[in-house]
Design a binder for this molecule. Sequence first.
Ligand code: PFF
Length: 434
Amino acid sequence: MENSRPSWTSRLTFILAAVGSAVGLGNIWRFPYIMGQNGGAIFLLVYLGLILTICFIPLFAELAMGKITKKECIGAYESVNPKFKLLGFLNPLTGILISSFYFIVGGWIIKYIILSVSESKITDFGEYFTAFTQDSIPACVYTLLFLFICVFFSARGIKKGIEFANNVLMPLFAVILIGLIIYSLNLPNAKLGLEYMFKPDFTKINAQMFLAALGQALFTLSIGMGALLTYGSYIKEDKSITKSTYTIILSDTLFALMAGIMIFPAIFSFGLEPNSGAGLVFVTLPHIFAQMHYGNIVSAAFFVLLLAAAITSGISILEVPIASMSERLKISRKKACTYLFLIISAIAIPATLSFGALSNITLLNKSIFDFLDFITSSLLMPLNALFLCVIAGWFLKIKGGHFIQNKFLSFLFDIGLKFIVPIILISLLYIGLK
Ligand code: PFF
């Protein structure tokens, strides 16, 4: 039927897609380097605390709002009150902005897969990475290639595209990750990496760490951009979202931990520092792979793993503007995908060039790439999450009692949704923008 909304084939395909959205570059690229910059095990402790106590609240609210309203983001907000339409509109806008930098990193991954299987004799990976990102035409080609792959799956629709990609890529991802963990744990001195991850140093705790942990938690759980709302709107009436919420949180946390268990032992085994920042995966790890036995194979496996994770998340980011465009403008999914490809390219190309040809252009003293990262993760995602909690808690009146049996826990949920999470998000916004 042309005008009926799509829905997931089963609860499992929905969960795979939602976990596929959550598990992405945020877990394997961002989590280890943010942890490395914020004191290792103590950051992990704070992060786990926030995920388990606070983050499930907006995550549940987002899924519930999608499932209850059965609409894309703008329509979902509008159906609660027509005045909220503009707030709903911020979600697809955030999606377009996030994809414009997320997909650049996706392009780098494709480049590194090719590099892993080619006979290269690179000695300085830092220099190599800088030179590659500055080389305008190839860098843009890789960004557009990654965008094209994601749009291709999205254009095929929920069942043939999104479900298919997740059903194939998520198991592939898990198998490669487990293989790499076994390899990494068998390296000499691997236990130093585990100590770094699991032996907290309480003297290192500080406010900045909480901010970094909360920002990371929102990003990794895909909260605050409408992806889960949109995925939730495709859930059939009779399916509960309570178990799904726990499954998404636990799987995402498990995958982040596994990524750390794969990466840190290797770093310590080769005597390198874990705090090298965003270059950890593209500079430090290739340096390690180059010295390993069968390094090419391990490197290729690692970047294929990263690509699989990035595609399933990338598809979920695209789904927000695709659903909004096709349902609001009443155009076909394929047409929406084509327009979106052009819109995202128009932002992603200047962002890609901001490492080279356009490096002199700055917005708020940041390169275009850093600016997009900043306004999405420090401003728009927390802001969207805030609006979501307020609308879901105060206007849609989503209550813990609808899904939590225990009276006290459901009371805590209600307070969390209406007061605690909004206050924390306002503080996050305040500190982040200061
Ligand atoms: N959660 C994804 C990751 O960890 O890479 C990123 C992401 C996907 C953010 C979807 C937001 C979103 F709506």
